[in-house]
Design a protein around this ligand. Structure first.
Ligand code: G6P
Length: 489
């Protein structure tokens, strides 16, 4: 039953996530262009095929007028997407405020905002109310499109209040909730003023999923310590009702990367890049420009490496792609200036008239350019301070079939649990350790590279996004069926 999978399944799946897999740009009164959005959640779900799924979410744009809303709804329908329209005030309070200034840093162990505690406390109430209002708006769109028997799969920290809204509307809806970030230790989580209300809402779901066993365990501990409920090997029990809690590690569609590498345009791009960096080793970083990604720490480690290994000056280059994100949140604006300042200083210090050690780009690359970069680089540096999973590490491995480059990976990324045996694991806060790992990676024997790569490649190609989604949805169906059986007995 479990392995029957989603393929060919009649059942419909409503995927609900804050962000749609496409962002919309207005080109005229009723004209829209659509572009793929950035982020791990989008990359993973794009890898899920052959499913009768519709995606409900925000298109990342304010559309105050009805003409625009109707036109965008039509354009998105072609991509099987359904928009939730959020006005500027809600976006400010819910998305910039509660989601990205409170939950996101807290879930990544950066704590609650500290600069102006009083202001944060005062804003907290109104931001939490906006969060609940926004979640209700997502729920309203789900109700409009829901048919009996549909599976509703809610995603991420933006929508922790949604399971409650849905079950209050119809207790028979099949609801799953999945978190793409870490769920922190209950000692961190319990500082959140709305801790109990959010936990109780998530527990309304039938199945709650995380990337790793540790995150699932932290969640169960939070429920037992904060709500006084009972944790069981299956999940959390409240007055005889079980919410199943489990780990479902996400993957990528590795075939999509392999296919891209066969395209003539990508091959040409690979040749050009190889010629451009001839005689130098190339290291790669691809991150959203987010404080959890540890970009300043990574660059400082590279500086230390250059300082201590003069023979490598001019022989190695770091390409850092930093995709702008959440640019209205002040913390992210500060980070951009900080990174620019460090890159400028290091390039000034170690650059020559003909070459600089760091190429830093503040933008995303299209899929084919990214695949070419993944394929030609010798080392990938994924040094997140915390990361739910981190799919860049998977994408890099998928594209390294011939080169067998080395992955330096933070032990605080969920991916460390699956790619740990093949990667060089580092504590990203320890700049000396990362600098030493850079040297190890650049001088590693081909035998060791081959061995490490083989391990990771086997994992990435056999644990796909498709498997992840199938397992979650099948488990959800099974959990609901078992609960119905228990009620009848
Ligand atoms: C992470 C989150 C996703 C989010 C993505 C991009 O991967 O888990 O839910 O969509 O970042 O962030 P953004 O704020 O631009 O949607």
């Amino acid at each position: 039953f479990r392995r029957l999978g989603l393929r060919g399944m009649k059942q419909r799946l409503l995927v609900v996530a804050n962000r749609l897999p496409v962002s919309a740009n207005r080109r005229g009164e009723d004209q829209w262009s659509l572009e793929i959005s950035a982020g791990g959640l989008v990359s993973a779900l794009l890898g899920v095929k052959d499913v009768d799924a519709k995606w409900i979410g925000w298109a990342g744009v304010n559309v105050p007028d009805e003409v625009g809303q109707r036109a965008l709804t039509r354009a998105l329908a072609e991509k099987r997407c359904i928009p939730v329209f959020l006005d500027e005030e809600i976006v400010h309070q819910y998305y910039n405020g509660y989601c990205n200034n409170i939950l996101w840093p807290l879930f990544h162990y950066l704590g609650l905002p500290q600069e102006d505690r009083l202001a944060t406390t005062r804003n907290f109430e109104s931001q939490f109310n906006a969060y609940k209002r926004a979640n209700q708006m997502f729920a309203d769109v789900v109700y409009q499109h829901y048919k009996e028997g549909d599976v509703i799969w809610c995603h991420d920290y933006h929508l922790m209040f949604l399971p409650k809204c849905l079950k209050d509307h119809d207790i028979n809806m099949k609801v799953g909730w999945f978190l793409h970030t870490p769920f922190p230790s209950s000692e961190i989580y319990r500082t959140l003023p709305s801790r109990s209300e959010l936990l109780r809402s998530v527990l309304c779901a039938d199945l709650v999923g995380f990337h790793t066993y540790d995150y699932a365990r932290h969640f169960v501990s939070a429920c037992t310590r904060i709500l006084g409920l009972e944790g069981t090997p299956e999940g959390v029990e409240d007055q005889g009702r079980l919410t199943r809690v489990a780990a479902f590690p996400i993957g990528i569609d590795s075939e999509r990367f392999k296919r891209a590498l066969e395209l003539p345009a990508v091959k040409r791009h690979i040749t050009e890049l190889t010629q451009r960096f001839d005689g130098r080793k190339v290291m790669l970083g691809v991150d959203r420009l987010d404080m959890i990604k540890g970009i300043p720490q990574k660059i400082l480690a590279f500086e230390k490496f250059l300082e201590e290994n003069h023979e490598w000056n001019d022989k190695v280059v770091l390409l850092q792609i930093a995709v702008p994100t959440r640019t209205d949140v002040p913390e992210y604006q500060k980070l951009t200036s900080q990174v620019h300042e460090i890159v400028g200083r290091i390039n000034g210090r170690f650059g020559t008239l003909t070459a600089v050690p760091i190429h830093h780009l503040d933008r995303s690359l299209d899929f084919h350019a990214l695949c070419a970069l993944y394929a030609v680089t010798d080392v990938a540096l994924v040094t997140s301070l915390r990361d739910g999973m981190n799919l860049v590490s998977y994408e890099y491995v998928a594209c390294q079939g011939s080169k067998k480059g080395v992955l330096i990976l933070s032990e605080f990324a969920g991916a460390a649990q699956s790619l740990g045996a093949g990667a060089i694991l580092v504590n990203p806060w320890n700049i000396t350790e990362v600098a030493d790992s850079i040297k190890h990676a650049l001088t590693m024997s081909s035998d060791e590279r081959e061995k490490r790569h083989r391990h990771n490649y086997a994992h990435v190609t056999t644990h796909t996004a498709q498997d992840w989604a199938e397992t979650f949805v099948c488990e959800l169906n099974e959990t609901v069926a078992e609960a119905q059986l228990r009620t009848r007995q």
